[in-house]
Ligand binder design. Sequence first.
Ligand SMILES: [Cu+2]
Length: 309
Amino acid sequence: MIRGFTGLPDQIVENVFLFIAAISVSILVLITFLMIYFTIRYRRNRNPEPQDIRGNLWLEILWTVIPTLLVLSMFYYGWTGFRTLKKIPEGAFKVKVTARSWSWLFEYENGVKAEELVIPVGKPIHLLLSSQDVIHSFYIPAFRVKQDAVPGMVTPLWFKAKEPGTYDVLCAEYCGQQHAYMLTRVRVISEDEFNQWYEGKGKELRAETSKGLPRGPQLLQEKGCLVCHSLDGTSRIGPTLKGLFGKTVIVLKDGKEQNVQADDAYLKRSLIEPNAEVVKGFPPIMPSQKSLSTDEEIDEIIRYMKELK
Ligand SMILES: [Cu+2]
């Protein structure tokens, strides 16, 4: 019989897909064959006299029962597979995934944050997906998993990588202008290598926080600011942050153009209430940092932005 409908998510999805595809193709071939055969077999010059054919009980039973069984079997394998996909194995390694316009952030239990998902090979991974803004969809084609990341809720997803390597991560839900930029990677490494990476990163983090090292560049990276803002003077989705402090900016406030001086207070307003004053020529899509960053982080970002001459 058909095996392999339990196991890893990638096997399940693949087997169910092949099962349904095989049935669909067989039916397509059968129907096409019968269509052509009947057209030839019952053509007019062979059967000049039309016949009035009434129902055939056995035929009707057969072509009701067989397709019903086929469709139910698809449902059965789909459903059992789906249940396995939804059942997170015990002891799975947890990583929090946050989607936002337009990047992914991976947070580990020891506080380490990364832009790439680094995981150990052969261990079930439990992702907790959420979104900061619109609906995104976390998709790793190589592991056959795809799941929406919805603002305001946490959705679980699990998979296991069998081979070390690097695999693509995409966003599979059109989420705005830079949707295509939501491309990152899963880096699968051996358990030893992973533990080294994990502990090393954890130590780095503790050293940084205890010494209070300048975290500005890292914060901009982590918060996804650099997807929309450059530090080199070029415009992206938003204006560059280079040389902003002290500059006169033309903003639209309540629909009216105004000149404002980019001082401390302006920088803070830009982060907390980005849509109160919108820089002329740019769309009002900057996410407010009010609930996304702590007060210290905001102060640190402002301090750093003032250095960007
Ligand atoms: Cu997206």
